[in-house]
Structures are given as structure tokens and as C-alpha cells.
Design a protein around this ligand. Structure first.
Ligand code: ASP
Length: 332
């Protein structure tokens, strides 16, 4: 009798704590014309190693019972601190030869969000976005005000030339001698701006968080701001549907409200995240001429990585799958 009771108790408590989602993190490091012939074996290996490090840093937070916002920050910080990506150190150059960085983060449990645009001195812009979300009544701060706020919050600030790298300088120099391409349709078709970074994570409470961080587009002028710091365009998270981080030609992602549109289709049409991302990225956006892609998680923790370019630096780890990273359209 005692044994039966114990089994019953075990089964009932098992049912009560039965999980309806798995821990998961998915990341990207930018999309574009990323072709095997343009990437040396060493660079390919270095990028894969950094993506792996970023995924594992984020997943470690989740495994320890941490929040998805912190997992997103941990993963993005690894990429911001690497010159391989167009975010943090390694950010592209503006027309004036400076760096202006954008970032945003959103939490799907209460739709809280924070963003910074055009910052020049915050070492890790995604941390500034989190401070805006948690410690200000606002959603987006820009330029000097955002830098000042980040400093007040105790974040590390740096000289603008901290973000300099030879690689991005050469890209900028090459583009300087062409016509003004700062807002051109062709940017993603050339090797000028890969490397915006982003992450989406779901924690033990089922809270989804999404974040994106970028230097924007090479040679950008007039204080141009892309989709990455815009909630609903480059970043979105809603526990009822999904979390999304985007990368690509920002002007299109803003006009098509890509991250929000994908989540809204999941919610209203009751379709899978994979189908929704397909509709938006492979049809709506592609037909309009908008290049790029997204990574996302549904509220069960299933990762999706969809892009309409030749490649996208990307990868994920879930409770049911080890860390996996990819670069090209077809798995190499
Ligand atoms: N979406 C970014 C922007 O337009 C660039 C990128 O993802 O590569 O600023």
C-alpha cells in the first residue's frame, strides 16, 4: 500500500513539474554573401570556435538556473569582445571614420525592452541596452545621452578608437573610393558588413529573451540607425509566441517589422515558428529585395535559423542537442 502511494505521489509530482519546454539558446554572428571560397580555413575555424564559445557561455547561465536575459548578454558579450564580428571591437566604420553602435534586448515574460543607438563609448552596447530596460523608464536612448547613461550605470566605457581593427579599416577604405554606397541596395552583396551578432534564449521559467548588437553598416552617414536597436524590427520576444534576433539590410527589416511580424504570425495564425520565419524571410522579404536572416526560439525551446543570403554565422544548443555551429547555406 505504502509503495503504491509512493508511486502515485511520484507520478503526480512528476506531472506537476513536467516541463513544457527545454532550455535553449540560438545565436547568429551576421548574414550575407558568406562563401566558402572567400573564407580561409583558419578564419572559418576561428569563427566557429567563437560561435561555440558564445553559445556555451550563454547556455552555462541557463544550466545554472539563470535568467534568459543574462544568457543572451553572456553570449553576445563573447562576440562583442571578438574582432571577428561587427559589434563591439571590430565594428564597422562610419563615413567619418568613427564607430557608432546599436543594440537592443527584450524579455518575453512582460514585454520589457531596452535599446541604445549610435553609442560611441560603451564597450559592450548590449549591457547598456539591458540597463535601459531594467533601470530607466525608457525603451531607447541614443547618442551622447545613451553613452552618458551607460557611464552613470557603471558600465565600462572606452575611447572610440578601441573599436578599430585593420580588417574593417581596409573595408572602409575600399568603399570610400566607390560611389556613395552608404544606403545602397548592394551592401549585403559585397563583403562589407558581415557580423552583427544576436542571441535568443529560454530559461527554466519559460521566459524568452532576445538581443542584438551591431556596428551597423560600413560607411553609414547622417547618424543612420538600422533595425538592430529597434524593438519589433531587429529584436522581439513574447512568451506567447517566440523570440527573434535579426541580421541583414536594416532598412528592410524596419519597414517590414520583421521580428514582430514573425512572432505575430505564430500567435495569430497558430503556425510553427519555422513556417512563420519562412513566410517572412523567404517570401515577403526576399520578394522585396531585403537580404538577411533571423535566429529564433519558440516557447517550447525549438531553435529556428532562417536566412535568404548565401550564409549566416549561426548555431544553437538545447537540452536535446549539443552545441552545433554553421556558416554556409548547406552544412559544410
Ligand atoms: N541589420 C544591421 C543594420 O542594418 C546590419 C547587419 O545585420 O549586418 O544595421
Amino acid at each position: 500500500m505504502k509503495t503504491i502511494l509512493l508511486i502515485l505521489l511520484f507520478t503526480v509530482s512528476g506531472l506537476i513539474v513536467a516541463k513544457d519546454h527545454q532550455l535553449a539558446i540560438v545565436i547568429h554572428g551576421g548574414a550575407g554573401t558568406i562563401l566558402k571560397k572567400n573564407l580561409s580555413d583558419e578564419k572559418e575555424a576561428a569563427i566557429k570556435a567563437k560561435l561555440t564559445e558564445a553559445i556555451n557561455a550563454g547556455y552555462a547561465v541557463l544550466e545554472k538556473g539563470g535568467e534568459s536575459t543574462d544568457a543572451v548578454i553572456a553570449a553576445i558579450n563573447v562576440m562583442e569582445n571578438s574582432p571577428l564580428f561587427n559589434s563591439g571591437i571590430g565594428a564597422v566604420y562610419t563615413k567619418e571614420g568613427k564607430h557608432e553602435l546599436d543594440a537592443s534586448i527584450m524579455r518575453g515574460s512582460d514585454l520589457q525592452a531596452g535599446a541604445v543607438a549610435g553609442v560611441k563609448h560603451v564597450k559592450n552596447p548590449i549591457n547598456a541596452a539591458k540597463e535601459v530596460m531594467l533601470n530607466s523608464p525608457h525603451v531607447m536612448l541614443s547618442n551622447q545621452g545613451a553613452d552618458k547613461f551607460a557611464k552613470q550605470q557603471g558600465l565600462e566605457t572606452v575611447d572610440n578608437n578601441y573599436f578599430d581593427t585593420d580588417y574593417r579599416y581596409q573595408q572602409w577604405q575600399a568603399i570610400q573610393h566607390k560611389k556613395d554606397v552608404s544606403l545602397s541596395e548592394d551592401l549585403l552583396k559585397t563583403d562589407h558588413k558581415f557580423g552583427t551578432v544576436g542571441a535568443v534564449a529560454i530559461d527554466k521559467n519559460g521566459t524568452i529573451a532576445a538581443g542584438t548588437s551591431t556596428g551597423g553598416m560600413t560607411n553609414k552617414a547622417f547618424g543612420r540607425i538600422g533595425d538592430s536597436p529597434i524593438i519589433g524590427a531587429g529584436t522581439y520576444a513574447d512568451n506567447r509566441s517566440c523570440g527573434i534576433s535579426a541580421t541583414g539590410h536594416g532598412e528592410y527589416f524596419i519597414r517590414y517589422a520583421v521580428a514582430h511580424d514573425i512572432c505575430a504570425r505564430v500567435l495569430y495564425k497558430k503556425i510553427s515558428l519555422e513556417q512563420s520565419a519562412d513566410e517572412v524571410i523567404q517570401h515577403e522579404l526576399k520578394n522585396a529585395g531585403g537580404d538577411g536572416g533571423i535566429v529564433g526560439l519558440d516557447n517550447k525551446g525549438n531553435p529556428v535559423m532562417t536566412f535568404n543570403t548565401a550564409g549566416m554565422y549561426r548555431g544553437f544548443k538545447t537540452e536535446s542537442s549539443d552545441t552545433q555551429v554553421f556558416i554556409y547555406k548547406k552544412k559544410p
